[in-house]
Ligand binder design. Structure first.
Ligand SMILES: Cc1cc2nc3c(=O)[nH]c(=O)nc-3n(C[C@H](O)[C@H](O)[C@H](O)COP(=O)(O)OP(=O)(O)OC[C@H]3O[C@@H](n4cnc5c(N)ncnc54)[C@H](O)[C@@H]3O)c2cc1C
Length: 581
């Protein structure tokens, strides 16, 4: 379905966008656009406009207009990405427009709810709620599910998350618009649903749910989840990581596309809800003890655990202090109100910035002061384990995995170095919320101690599946430049998040390079699940994926620290080969 259209110059683009999505949904000026053009943890830059389409057709039309006007497009969903991949960074050779998809909502269960089609802005939270009455669950649960992360953002980032059985967000079924090198735009319906031939007919019918299962193509070889992941993660003697962003087997059209296409919808598997489950809290002072449990369960349990989340004591402590209000907000207000709180927080910061004499990070400082007044929030048994043990694992098992795990843990604990208890419902919820709160705690720490901390270096790493020596011990010459280290992650996948608060006056980039060198020597892959954004260099296989999807480098240029130039800095006429790195 090729599409050609031309607009002379770019002066009237904003007016044209307004006529497509309505005046209110084209934002211009820093005051209005800052929330969209600034990354959650890092990144930010100037934009000509932010466009918020309210339907698939508006999204498609806005994209065509921007590409035809030779503007760079950055497609953004919930903007919870941690590596700046959904926001601009620095300077570009063309003006930038962000297309924010959050108003394009819609979750359409198909084939008796065994699969689902999610429109560009639908969230994981919405998907979970839509599937609950069908006794089904989504493909992913990630830390940011409860702050509004989208389904499509997850697929575009190959996001991972807590679920050991499911692996990264992945599908070969997607409906997307692709910008060609010459500035035309093509709609590709690879959803496996017959919706007609004309682009706008396809979009209209999909959004209206105007099709039945008879139009859904089944029995194809295409995958709608990372189906083989169970056997990959169980291969504990393999000398390579189980999952990481540049894994060539997880790069397919929308999957891992990181904004190099404009995805309108994806089709994904859903999963039966576990009938019953148990959560164990394990503490140990010997990291090898946790690895024995990991290896035994992955090798021998009849069913993989649901999740196994790791927290180191230092991360526990920092999250207890600097993540207390996040914990309290989710507990008291529920996850559906969190995106609103983030908007209020953002508004406070913008007002603070405009007022003379007000310190930076006003909202963080106010929240930190308030949270000091809140009562202690962690259950007694978790606090006792914090005092006794350095390493903590929150292990959730279900169905046929329960007996195996109970026997294994009873055999091994208590030991000379570790112990375990079975959580009550309240303890399980608190432990998981506390683990979730770690992800934002380092940022809060940096905000309120900006006199001591230069920056946060956040490394997202996948270790080799056979790596016994999984817990990092940095040499003293690096340690002395670090105020605190937060280690946490998805233990059974051997995916770890390592946030380092770098001492004031130290060059964070130079230090990061030295830490990455150490990880290279250990055969690790990074990033594991947060994707390259503007923080990591894309490896050749990922760079080739991006160049193939976006031959003119018209969307999200510069991602993976690659060329920002139109046509990748080459003549439009020169061919771009798939294997160009
Ligand atoms: C507290 C917290 C915890 C987190 N925990 C995890 C975790 O456990 N595991 C994990 O993997 N990640 C985690 N993340 C990172 C982040 O939430 C994920 O990467 C998430 O999948 C991003 O979803 P999003 O909707 O915010 O996408 P965005 O950040 O808006 O976008 C992500 C990427 O997808 C692209 N994109 C989005 N929509 C489209 C579209 N329609 N078409 C084309 N490209 C598009 C963007 O250009 C960008 O490159 C966490 C983040 C936070 C803040």
């Amino acid at each position: 379905m090729p599409d050609t259209m031309s607009i002379a110059g770019s002066g009237d683009l904003i007016d044209r966008l307004r006529s497509v999505v309505g005046r209110r949904h084209v934002l211009t000026g820093r005051g209005q656009t800052a929330r969209y053009s600034t990354g959650y943890r890092s990144g930010g830059g100037d934009v000509a406009a932010v466009v918020r389409p309210g339907s698939l057709i508006e999204q498609w039309r806005a994209f065509r207009l921007c590409i035809a006007a030779d503007h760079i497009v950055i497609v953004q969903a919930a903007n919870t990405g941690l590596t700046g991949g959904s926001t601009p960074a620095g300077q570009y050779d063309r003006p930038v427009v962000i297309i924010s998809t959050l108003r394009v909502r819609g979750v359409l269960p198909i084939l008796d709810g065994t699969q689902v089609i999610c429109l560009a802005g639908s969230t994981l939270y919405e998907l979970e709620r839509r599937l609950a009455p069908l006794e089904r669950e989504p493909h992913s649960v990630i830390g940011s599910s409860c702050i509004g992360a989208s389904v499509v953002g997850g697929v575009c980032n190959n996001s991972g998350g807590a679920l050991v059985q499911r692996g990264p967000a992945y599908t070969e079924y997607a409906l997307y618009a692709q910008a060609q090198a010459d500035g035309t735009v093509v709609l590709r319906n690879h959803l496996g649903v017959e919706l007609g031939d004309r682009p706008e007919e396809v979009l209209e019918r999909l959004e209206a749910g105007n099709f039945s299962d008879a139009q859904v193509v089944t029995g194809q070889q295409a995958a709608s989840s990372a189906g083989s992941y169970g056997s990959v993660v169980r291969a504990i003697d393999e000398d390579s990581p189980a999952r990481f962003n540049a894994d060539p087997s997880r790069l397919f059209e929308a999957s891992g596309s990181a904004g190099k296409l404009m995805v309108l919808a994806v089709r994904l598997d859903t999963f039966p809800k576990a009938a019953r489950g148990t959560v164990y809290y394990i503490g140990t002072n010997d990291p090898a003890e946790l690895n024995v449990i990991r290896r035994r369960i992955l090798a021998d349990s009849p069913v993989l655990p649901v999740s196994g989340e790791y927290i180191h004591r230092e991360a526990f402590d920092i999250a207890e202090r600097y993540g207390k209000d996040t914990f309290a907000a989710i507990r008291l207000l529920g996850t559906d109100r969190l995106p609103l709180l983030f908007r209020v927080k953002d508004w406070i910061d913008r007002v603070g910035k405009a007022l003379p004499g007000v310190p930076r990070h006003l909202s963080d400082r106010l929240l930190q002061l308030t949270s000091a007044l809140l009562p202690s929030h962690l259950p007694q048994r978790l606090r006792e384990y914090r005092d006794r043990f350095e390493h903590h694992l929150i292990l959730k098992v279900a169905d046929e995995g329960m007996d195996f795990t109970r026997r294994l843990l009873a055999e091994r604990f208590p030991s000379a170095t570790g112990d375990v208890f079975e959580c009550t419902l309240g303890e399980a919820e608190s432990a998981m919320l506390h683990r979730f709160a770690v992800a934002g705690a380092a940022i809060r720490y940096r905000a309120v101690h900006d006199d001591q901390v230069e920056d946060v270096v956040a490394i997202d790493v996948a270790l080799r599946r056979n790596d016994e020596d999984w817990f990092e011990r940095l040499p003293e010459e690096l340690n002395r430049h670090i105020v605190a280290k937060l280690y946490y992650g998805h233990f059974f996948c051997h995916v770890f998040h390592q946030d380092y608060l770098i001492r004031k006056g130290v060059d964070p980039i130079a230090l990061e390079h030295r830490m990455l060198d150490l990880l290279d020597r250990r055969g690790a892959e990074y990033p594991a699940e947060h994707n390259v954004g503007h923080l990591y260099a894309a490896k050749p296989v990922l760079a080739a994926h991006y160049r193939k999807l976006d031959p003119g480098n018209r969307v999200n240029p510069g991602i993976g620290q690659l060329s920002r130039d139109r046509n990748w800095g080459q003549d439009a006429e020169s061919p771009i080969h798939d294997d160009d790195g």
